[in-house]
Design a binder for this molecule. Sequence first.
Ligand SMILES: O=P(O)(O)OC[C@H]1O[C@](O)(COP(=O)(O)O)[C@@H](O)[C@@H]1O
Ligand SMILES: [Mg+2]
Ligand SMILES: [Mg+2]
Length: 335
Amino acid sequence: MTDRNPYSPDAPIPARLRPAMEALGRVGRDLSRRIARGPLGGQLAATVGDNADGDRQKALDVLADEAFARDLAGTGVRWYASEEQEGVVELDPRGTLALAIDPLDGSSNIETNVSIGTIFSIREAGPEGEASFLRPGHEQIAAGYIIYGPQCMMLVTFGDGVQDYILDPETGRFTLVNSQLTIPGESAEFAINASNYRHWSKPVRAYIDDCLAGSEGPRAKNFNMRWIASLVAETHRILVRGGLFLYPRDDRPGYDMGRLRMVYECAPIAMLVEQAQGRATDTTTRILDKVPAELHARTPFVFGSITKVDRVTAYHDLPEQEVSALFGNRGLFRV
Ligand SMILES: O=P(O)(O)OC[C@H]1O[C@](O)(COP(=O)(O)O)[C@@H](O)[C@@H]1O
Ligand SMILES: [Mg+2]
Ligand SMILES: [Mg+2]
């Protein structure tokens, strides 16, 4: 149970990334046990402060960040960028990798026993810390997440498909269950926080209106809506079952670029989604081609099956008067 190597022997992990991947797996395994004990292991959901971005920090956010930073030292990682730290930390001047992490994603769900996760992204380290991360996402050499749910799993890509592991509680090892996971093309599910409807742009409202109109609307089909408020859990459902995720920009103060962060949330999820034969955009532009302006930069985020993501883009590509006309002419997008 306390193996240094937290993977099954057949895990196809590139040798150069092995030490860092083993550290991620070990910390993920420890966190999954801690999370499973809930309040028996301490007040994990207690608010302990604010992070660089003004978000509330929970005890588990901080504990996870400290554990990853500690275990990743000496594994080839030079630069460590975390949601929970304002600037980039140099772990090892001889390291050749730059690792970005959302140590605990979905922290609003900690006390509710809903799936939460860790998201990570690995790049080549440049000579400067921050500049190593202000690069397009297509330069990532690995990306993945750990989901702490009914099963603890790790999904990871090294640029050659998506590998899917389950942590076997009997052996304490992430065991490979699928080495080429792909997103199913067909699904009637979409995920968006609909409480922000009145703040969205017209194209997003038109798209969702058409889904909500169901079999009587232009899509002539009924949909189901999902919102877990845990990006890792939404991603996992979509990778396994298909569908669409949207966190668009909106008119609330501070949401002009949406909510999710490019470097350690959207770029790694976008790489996984593309490697699983899906698509990820900021509603119009491919996420992996965008260069973040700063470490904690936000971006609107849409991902899922290719046809669904393209349909969202099509609503955004319409001239303003045609989007307005959509509200009176629902037949335009009939398929
Ligand atoms: O509460 P909202 O606005 O629906 O936002 C939910 C989103 O916020 C997040 O929880 C942000 O992640 P953190 O918990 O790492 O801050 C995402 O996982 C999720 O998609
Ligand atoms: Mg997050
Ligand atoms: Mg987080």
